[in-house]
Write a protein that binds this ligand. Structure first.
Ligand code: F0G
Length: 482
C-alpha cells in the first residue's frame, strides 16, 4: 500500500494491486438477518455464508492470493516423497528466516501440537507475551502452565503505546528466579499478538528477550502467524529500523529465535503451516512426530498446491506494499470509528479492528456476554460477521463458574486484499448507527452450552425482545434500504 499524498489532504489507503477475480456477495434484508442469527443460536460461527455480506470473522485461510501464487499452484509436483515442490518452500524459509531446517504441518495448531509434545512436560512453565487459544490448549494438554508476562500497557484497551505486544523482561527474570531455568520449557513470543487486538512487539524487545534467554539457557519459540503485520509495524513505528528492509528485519528475527512456527493460513496467504529451526537437534526431536501426526516430511498434511502458494506468499510478504494493506485499512477503520466516538482498541493493530464491547454496551454485564451480544447486533445492523473475543471464548472453571475475560472484544478481521474501501466504509457506517442506538442492545444467555469450546458450538438467545426492537429502529431509519 502506497503512502501517496492526496491533493485534498485526505488520508486514504491506496491499493497497490488490481482485482481480477471476484466473488458475488449477498446482502439479505434486515428481517432475514434477524432470522439467520436466531437460527444460528446467536453464534456467528454458526451462520451460513449465504446470509453474510461482509465476513470479518477471521483472516485465516481467506486472504486473497496473488496471480503468482495461483500460477505456482499449477506447477506443483505431487508425489508422496521427494516432491520437487517441497524444496521450494525450504528455500523460501531459508531466504526469509535464514533457517535451514523446516518441518511441514497441516496448520498452525498442528505445529503447536508437535512443539508442545516435544518440549512441554508436566509441571513445566511456559512464559509468553500472551496466549492464543490453540497454543495454550496444547501446552495445558501436555501438563504445562502458561504464564502471561506481557507489559502492563498491553492490557490497556485504549492506548497510544506503539508496541503493546512486548514481553516484560523484568517479569521473565522474576519467573526464572522463582522457578529456576530448568522448569521453563521454552519462552514463547507471539508476533502481532492476536487476542489483545493484533498488537505488535518491537524488534528491540525481541533482542532483550533473547538476552535473558541466553543468560539462563532458555529456548525461544516464536509464533510467526501474524508476522506480516508485525513486520510492517516494526518498519514504520520503530525508528531504529526505518532503514532496514523488511527482509532484513525478518532475518534478524530468525537469528534471534531458536524455533519459529506459523499458520500459513495467515502468514503466506495460503493454507498450511510449519516449524523452522536452525538447530539439527530440535529438528531431529520433532521429525518423527511430524510423520506420525501430519504426513511424510515433504508434505506434512498439506496439498502440494498449497506448498507452492506458501513459498511464493512468503517471498511476497517481504514487500512493504503487500504487508501494509491490512494495517492501513485497519487504521482507516479505527480512525473513522474513533472520530465518531466509538470505543475501539487503540492504537490500530494488525489482524482487524476490535470494538470494545465493555464500553460500547456498559449496561450489559459480563454475565450477559456484551461482546457476543454486540456481534449479533452488528450482524442484524449490516450483515457484517465478526468474532466474539470475550467471556464466551473462555471456559467455565472446574466448579462451573464463569471465567470472565480481561477484555470483551468484537473482532472484525480484515482479510488481506479482500474488501474494498467502500465496503469498509459501509461497515463503519453500520457500526456508528449501532453505537447511536446502543441503548436498544441487550444481553444473551446460553440455551445450549458445551463444556469445551463453547464459542464454536454453543447456542444462545437474546434476553427479552431487544433484537426485534433493533430491527424496527433499523427500518425506521433506513426505510427500504438493505
Ligand atoms: N497462532 C496464532 C497467533 C493464531 O492466530 C492462530 C490462528 C494459530 C496460532 C493457529 O493456527 O488456525 O492454522 O491452526 N488463528 C485463527 C484466527 C484461527 O482466526 O485468529 P491455525
Amino acid at each position: 500500500m502506497s503512502v501517496v499524498k492526496f491533493f485534498s489532504g485526505a488520508k486514504v489507503p491506496l491499493e497497490m494491486h488490481k482485482v481480477r477475480i471476484v466473488q458475488k456477495l449477498n446482502l439479505v434484508p434486515v428481517d432475514r438477518r434477524l432470522e439467520a442469527i436466531t437460527e444460528a443460536g446467536n453464534n456467528t460461527f454458526l451462520l451460513k455464508n449465504r446470509d453474510i455480506f461482509l465476513d470479518m470473522l477471521t483472516d485465516s485461510g481467506v486472504n486473497a492470493m496473488s496471480d503468482k501464487q495461483l500460477a505456482a499452484m499449477m506447477e506443483c509436483d505431487d508425489s508422496y516423497a521427494g516432491s520437487e515442490t517441497f524444496p521450494k518452500l525450504e528455500a523460501a524459509i531459508m531466504d526469509v528466516f535464514g533457517m535451514e531446517y523446516f518441518l511441514p504441518a497441516h496448520q498452525g495448531r498442528a505445529a503447536e501440537n508437535i512443539i508442545s509434545k516435544v518440549f512441554v512436560s508436566p509441571g513445566t512453565i511456559i512464559p509468553m507475551n500472551y496466549h492464543f487459544t490453540t497454543s495454550k490448549a496444547h501446552i495445558v494438554l501436555n501438563g504445562g502452565l502458561v504464564e502471561e508476562i506481557i507489559i502492563d500497557e498491553g492490557l490497556n484497551v485504549s492506548s497510544s503505546y506503539p508496541f503493546k505486544g512486548n514481553l516484560d523482561t523484568a517479569k521473565l527474570e522474576a519467573l526464572v528466579k522463582k522457578h529456576g531455568a530448568k522448569k521453563i520449557a521454552f519462552v514463547r513470543i507471539e508476533t502481532g499478538t492476536n487476542l489483545i487486538g493484533g498488537q505488535p512487539h518491537s524488534l528491540q524487545n525481541l533482542r532483550e528477550v533473547r538476552k535473558v534467554c541466553d543468560k539462563h539457557g532458555l529456548i525461544l519459540v516464536f509464533d510467526a502467524s501474524l508476522l506480516a503485520d508485525n513486520l510492517y509495524f516494526i518498519k514504520t513505528r520503530e525508528k531504529a529500523c526505518r532503514n532496514m528492509s523488511i527482509n532484513e528485519i525478518a532475518r534478524e528475527i530468525g537469528d534471534l529465535c531458536d524455533i519459529i512456527y506459523f499458520s500459513a493460513r495467515k502468514l503466506g496467504c495460503a493454507r498450511g503451516g510449519g516449524i523452522c529451526t536452525r538447530k539439527k537437534e530440535y529438528y531431529m526431536k520433532m521429525r518423527e512426530l511430524v510423520t506420525l501426526y501430519e504426513g511424510f516430511l515433504t508434505y506434512g498434511g498439506m496439498s502440494v498446491r498449497e506448498i507452492e502458494a506458501i513459498a511464493v506468499g512468503l517471498r511476497e510478504t517481504m514487500d512493504e506494499d503487500m504487508i501494509s494493506q491490512g494495517p492501513l485499512f485497519i487504521e482507516f477503520m479505527v480512525n473513522e470509528l474513533v472520530a465518531n466516538g466509538v470505543p475501539v482498541v487503540t492504537p490500530p493493530g494488525g489482524l482487524g479492528c476490535h470494538l470494545d464491547a465493555m464500553r460500547f454496551l456498559p449496561k450489559v454485564p459480563q454475565s450477559e456476554y456484551p461482546a457476543g451480544a454486540l456481534a449479533t447486533a452488528l450482524f442484524i445492523a449490516g450483515g457484517v460477521r465478526g468474532m466474539e473475543r470475550g467471556s464466551i471464548s473462555e471456559q467455565r472453571d472446574e466448579n462451573g463458574n464463569e471465567v470472565y475475560s480481561n477484555m470483551e472484544l468484537l473482532r472484525l478481521a480484515m482479510p488481506r486484499r479482500v474488501f474494498t474501501l467502500s465496503q469498509v466504509k459501509y461497515a463503519v457506517d453500520r457500526i456508528v448507527w449501532l453505537y447511536k442506538n446502543r441503548d436498544l442492545v441487550g444481553g444473551l444467555s446460553f440455551i445450549e452450552e458445551p463444556k469445551m469450546l463453547r464459542f464454536f458450538f454453543g447456542k444462545l438467545k437474546a434476553k427479552g425482545d431487544w433484537q426485534k426492537k433493533l430491527v424496527a429502529r433499523f427500518k425506521k431509519d433506513f426505510g427500504d434500504s438493505l
